[in-house]
Design a binder for this molecule. Sequence first.
Ligand code: PEP
Length: 250
Amino acid sequence: MRRKIIVGNWKMNHDLAETEMFLVDLKKQVFPENVEVMIAPPFTSLNHTFRSLREHPVTIVAQNMHQSIEGAFTGEISAKMLKSVGATTVIIGHSERRTYFNENSAVLAEKVNTALENEMNVIFCIGEELDDRKKDNHFQQIKSQILEGLFHLPNDAWDNVTIAYEPVWAIGTGETASAEQAQEMHQYIRKIIAENYSDKIADSILILYGGSVKPENAAEIFGQPDVDGGLIGGASLQVEDFMKIVNAFE
Ligand code: PEP
């Protein structure tokens, strides 16, 4: 039986005062035992979130990091810095990073390596564009992203990697993949991991779905056998909606 995970990705939202308001509310909540709750605040709120939630079972996640461990990279943040403020996990390859910041597969593979070498867990995002799906190229696109971003890893690295399947056409658009579309792709991802590694790794890797998950559709998506949780953007900004999604597993 695989663990269940819900990650709230705040993106570039919530300053320190708004973070504090969220945390005050979050700390009153009781999480279901079978669900690991993770929060990815902006860098400026990471340490405050970590300190504030010390006594609470919440994993602190960074939204991005640089592939180098230190150096002359003005405006960038390293794995070492993220760890020093309490983040144990980092999101790599979010479609907004790929699209708006031109992060290509080579850079993303480097980031994955740096994160793992520095003992951070990785949530690696993949997802096809609408055009890929219309042209029936979505499986090939997902395969390429996994191949280029992750298939250089040795077997033992997979314990520290989670995959988030996020069709780009469903992120922040209100458009959600159907539960069947999500299941079909998650099953496919397990299949190619089994072919390239082993059934054991394919069965144990956690695969999250992301893309306009809301309280209304969460239970149906999470009910799919190969969906192990969600990466939640917009609906993670308010505790009430976020908790409805966390509780959708019950
Ligand atoms: C995301 O940021 O990864 C995401 C899935 O966003 P949203 O839930 O808003 O579509």
